[in-house]
Design a protein around this ligand. Structure first.
Ligand code: GUN
Ligand code: FE
Length: 429
């Protein structure tokens, strides 16, 4: 058996629960065969034979999960930020995604995406590709080699989009999807397929019904978009007059939690009925604050979801969001929650930095199992962050340094190395 058992020494911080950080200064974090054995101030006798990597004054944090990101959109991030969702899709997104028909282009673009994701704070990601099976496989090959743990979806869309990106029929879309499942399911160590109807406006009822059948047949998880933008929600009402809410349009076809592990991005404008369906079915919400701002979608009531015990994680939603930084994503989640409290609803308290940290680690990580914490029994995903470049005349506590890092990582913070399930994927070995 491959031995990935070792100890990291440094300033260790993780979420004890939603509201509290566990901080151990100059502590030992023990990994045995890819699993955390916990954090210790004094190293227990039984671990004394393991190699110790001393990271000095650096911060040791859990890996982050990006619960919603579009790999093909990495090429135009930061561009075309002047439109709302539906126009943005037509104008910028669909033309770009059609380019992944060409494997040479996909090779180049997915190479850059994977490289940058590998260097980011993300250890796990739930990823949209495009409708193209071969390019999606190529992305999966690259992500597999990166050592990051990912779910990747070949997108389905058979209506309401330009010919160049529309799968010709529900049957053709389902056939291509089943072929892609056969080629990828169980084929990788780090990467696996996730069913990915883009969203209700681009998926006919027949396609959604067929995807529900594939889901049952293969037991795959599901990802999609839900109640993101008002114009989109109005359109779904017209397209599915039979549905009681947008979420119901997925649920009717077995694509909304329950047996199907499901993550829905956004849920900005979910009705009370939809929120109850999300909760009852155990559907994950991927909160994407930067994207919801850039595409003028709104601010999701994350406090309400947390109070109801709904599973929530954070997503960058590149290219709705402009960058892959989960630290930026956390800071944005806190910031927009404050605007929501101030401008829309003072019943819902703003999120705290501790809560955002929890969402980025344990919240999203739980989609992958026991991930996002250093408690004993969790898969060992860890980041070593050097904040010595973020200068300050004061002496700071480790907790202050972690909270500051959330806001200042992009200033002079530096990720020194990264571990996924006990394997080092980045930094000096
Ligand atoms: N809804 C359907 N497709 C997309 C997409 O690519 N990005 C976002 N943010 N929302 C969508
Ligand atoms: Fe998205």
């Amino acid at each position: 058996m491959e031995t990935n058992s070792f100890i990291l020494k440094g300033n260790i911080c993780y979420s004890k629960n939603k509201d509290e950080l566990s901080v151990t200064e100059n502590g030992y974090l023990v990994c045995v065969e890819g699993i955390s054995k916990g954090v210790f101030l004094q190293l227990p006798e039984k671990y004394k034979g393991l190699p110790v990597k001393d990271h000095g004054n650096a911060l040791i944090l859990p890996g982050m999960t990006d619960l919603h990101v579009h790999a093909p959109q990495y090429t135009f991030r930061g561009m075309g930020m002047d439109l709302e969702l539906l126009e943005w899709l037509e104008t910028h997104t669909f033309p770009e995604e059609s380019r992944y028909q060409e494997l040479d282009y996909a090779e180049k673009a997915y190479g850059i995406f994977t490289d940058d994701l590998k260097r980011s704070a993300t250890t796990r990601a739930v990823v949209f590709a495009t409708i193209h099976g071969p390019a999606t496989r190529l992305l999966m090959d690259k992500l597999e080699a990166s050592g990051l743990k990912t779910y990747v979806g070949k997108v389905n869309m058979d209506r309401n989009c330009a010919d160049y990106l529309r799968e010709p029929s529900p049957e053709a879309s389902l056939e291509a999807t089943e072929r892609w499942i056969a080629e990828t399911m169980g084929q990788y160590r780090n990467t696996s397929p996730i069913l990915t109807p883009r969203f209700v406006p681009t998926c006919s009822d027949a396609l959604l019904a067929g995807l529900g059948d594939l889901r049952r047949k293969y037991g795959l998880p599901v990802q999609s978009h839900l109640s993101e933008n008002l114009s989109e929600i109005g359109w779904v009402k017209e397209l599915c007059p039979w549905s009681s809410c947008y979420g119901d349009a997925y649920a009717r076809f077995g694509l909304f939690g329950g047996e199907a592990k499901t993550v829905m991005a956004h849920c900005v404008h979910s009705t009370e009925e939809e929120v109850e369906l999300i909760r009852a079915n155990g559907v994950y919400v991927a909160h994407c604050p930067q994207s919801n701002t850039n595409l003028s979608s709104g601010i999701a009531p994350i406090r309400k979801y947390l109070d109801k015990g709904i599973q929530v994680g954070l997503g960058t939603d590149v290219a709705g969001g402009a960058d892959l930084s989960m630290f930026r994503c956390m800071a944005d989640a806190v910031a927009v929650s404050k605007l929501r409290w101030r401008l829309a609803d003072q019943e819902l308290k703003a999120l705290t930095t501790e809560e955002a940290f929890y969402l980025a680690t344990v919240g999203g990580g739980s989609f992958f199992g026991k991930v996002g914490s250093f408690e004993e029994g969790y898969e060992f995903d860890a980041l070593i962050a050097d904040d010595s470049g973020v200068r300050c005349a004061r002496t700071l506590t480790v907790e202050d340094r972690v909270k500051r890092y959330v806001y200042l990582a992009q200033e002079q913070g530096r990720l020194v190395s990264k571990y996924v399930a006990g394997r080092q994927v980045m930094g000096k070995m």
